[in-house]
Design a protein around this ligand. Sequence first.
Ligand code: AP5
Ligand code: MG
Length: 190
Amino acid sequence: MNIVIFGPPGAGKGTQSNLIVKQFKLHQLSTGELLREEIKNKTELGKKISTIINSGNLVSDDTVGNLIKRYISDKTYKNRIIFDGYPRNLIQARNLDKLLSQYNQKVDIALKLSVSLEVIKRRILERKSLEKRADDSEEIAIKRFVTYENNIRPVIDFYKQSNLLKVVNGEATISEINIEISGLIEGIKG
Ligand code: AP5
Ligand code: MG
C-alpha cells in the first residue's frame, strides 16, 4: 500500500507519518527532509536549493521527481511508501502516478490534513524552539502556507476524481488524528 499525506506547513504530516510507518511497517518519504539533508551535507544540489527552501518557495518538479524516483524504483520499498509532502502541485501528482505505474504500483489513499493558518503559525513557532529549522520563522511559515494554497487545489481535485481523497481534521489532537488515519488505512486494506 502506498499513501500520500498532504496539508499545509505544520499540519502534522511528519508527526502522523512517523506513527503510521511504525503501525503499518511502511517507509516514510518526506521530500522536505530529503532536501534538508542535501543542504546539511552541502551537496551540489543542497547549495542550489537552500535559498529556495529558506524563502518558502517550492524547488523544481524535476528535482523532487528525481528524489522520489530513487525510492519508487527500489524494490525494498515496493508498495510500502508514505509520501509526506509530495505531490504539491498537479504536475507532481501526475508524475507520481506515472512513476508508480512504471513500477506496477499506485496510490491507494490520499490523506489531506486540514489546519487553519492561525493554528499553523502557533505550531511552527513552537517547533522553532525545538528543531531549529531555517524556514520556521513566522514570515516564512506564512509564505509556505500561501505557496501551499496556490498550488494544492488541482491536487485535491485530482485525488477526489479518483476517489482516493480522505479529508482529516488536522486540528484534533495527535492521537485522535492517528486513530482516524489508522482506521482509514485499515479500511482500504479490507
Ligand atoms: P516540508 O518539510 O514538507 O515542510 P512543510 O510542508 O512546510 O511542512 P512541515 O514539515 O513544516 O510540517 P508538517 O506538516 O510535517 O508538520 P509536523 O508534523 O512537523 O517542506 C519544506 C520545503 O521543502 C518546502 O517549503 C519546499 O521548499 C521544499 N519541498 C518539499 N517537498 C517539495 C515538493 N514536493 N516540491 C517542491 N518543493 C518541495 O508538525 C508541526 C509541529 O506541530 C510539530 O512541532 C508537531 O509536534 C506539532 N503538531 C503536529 N500535529 C499536531 C497536533 N495535532 N496538535 C498539536 N501539535 C501538533
Ligand atoms: Mg514535515
